[in-house]
Design a protein around this ligand. Structure first.
Ligand SMILES: C[S@@+](CC[C@H](N)C(=O)[O-])C[C@H]1O[C@@H](n2cnc3c(N)ncnc32)[C@H](O)[C@@H]1O
Length: 275
């Protein structure tokens, strides 16, 4: 049987994702629904920055850093020292290149697993988990690692796709083709309720002070991704192949339907470690 390697998935898609999703590899937080994708993805990062209560000189661990755009922004605009980690070697290379191009010394990138990061206890003021947790099967290990590396008085912020209702087994079975298409396009993922992240955070000694559902505000993202697929069709087909581009486009429509029928959505959570 073919084994699934999440790092290999991201190694394969990182370049194309830049064209389809934009510089920041995550959903947009839309206010009017009319704004460009880049402004909406920046707005989601802004919402995480507010939740993180960033300040100059703080040290930040970015778990699942993609190609480094959010981490570079944090270092550049907020004067924090960021270590971005990802399992993807291509992601580390792209992020390191980005930081070098910007002349940034405050953003470094390493290949590490967020569920076993091997970093010292109590070594960061903030832990930032932006749209990467759904790709980590061992969610408990992720949150345990985040809590472990935080200093007392530190904060963890997380945003991601979430599951908003139970999906009965029979429905899972009847929709298995849709899930297979999502997996082909976005990698093996599991969406959990936002409340389950809150429970894990509490179980690991963190105090949750923000749980926000932003399903409605993220909904216009799919239209923008589809428009990018149309605009960059030749280039992304050259990178990913025709079938993968078709799976990406179908995935956008599947996700949109899941957003609309209340199955999936998006949430932000923040929690502090007692001083
Ligand atoms: C959707 S991208 C988000 C990237 C970035 N946070 C952003 O918002 O631009 C998901 C990221 O999670 C990373 N990832 C997946 N599994 C991981 C793991 N176990 N440990 C660390 N990073 C992981 C992927 O390589 C990718 O960089």
């Amino acid at each position: 049987m073919e084994t699934y390697d999440p790092a290999a998935h991201y190694d394969r898609v990182t370049e194309a994702w830049g064209l389809l999703l934009g510089e920041e590899l995550h959903y947009g937080l839309f206010t009017t629904g009319e704004e460009p994708l880049a402004r909406a993805t920046a707005a989601l990062t802004e919402a995480m920055i507010d939740a993180a209560r960033l300040g100059p000189g703080l040290s930040v661990l970015d778990v699942g850093c993609g190609s480094g755009a959010p981490a570079c922004r944090l270092a550049q605009e907020h004067g924090v020292e960021v270590l971005g980690i990802t399992t993807s070697a291509v992601g580390v290379g792209a992020a390191t290149e980005r930081a070098r191009g910007l002349g940034l010394e405050g953003a470094r990138f390493e290949q590490r697993d967020g569920t076993a990061n091997e970093l010292p206890d109590a070594s960061f003021d903030r832990v930032w988990v932006m749209e990467s947790s759904h790709l980590m099967p061992d969610r408990e290990a992720l949150v345990a690692e985040c809590a472990r590396v935080l200093r007392p008085g530190g904060r963890m912020v997380l945003c991601d796709l979430v599951r908003r209702r139970e999906i009965p087994f029979l429905e899972l079975r009847s929709r298995r083709r849709e899930f297979a298409v999502l997996r082909a396009a976005f990698g093996a993922a599991r969406m959990d309720p936002l409340s389950s992240y809150a429970s894990l955070a509490s179980a690991h000694g963190l105090q949750v002070d923000l749980e926000r559902d932003i399903t409605t505000e993220t909904r216009p993202t799919f239209d923008r991704w589809l428009a990018n697929a149309e605009a960059h069709r030749a280039e992304v087909t050259g990178i990913l192949g025709e079938q993968s581009v078709a799976e990406f486009e179908e995935s956008c429509r599947i996700l949109e339907a899941f957003w609309d029928d209340g199955t999936l959505g998006y949430g932000i959570l923040a929690a502090g470690k007692p001083a």
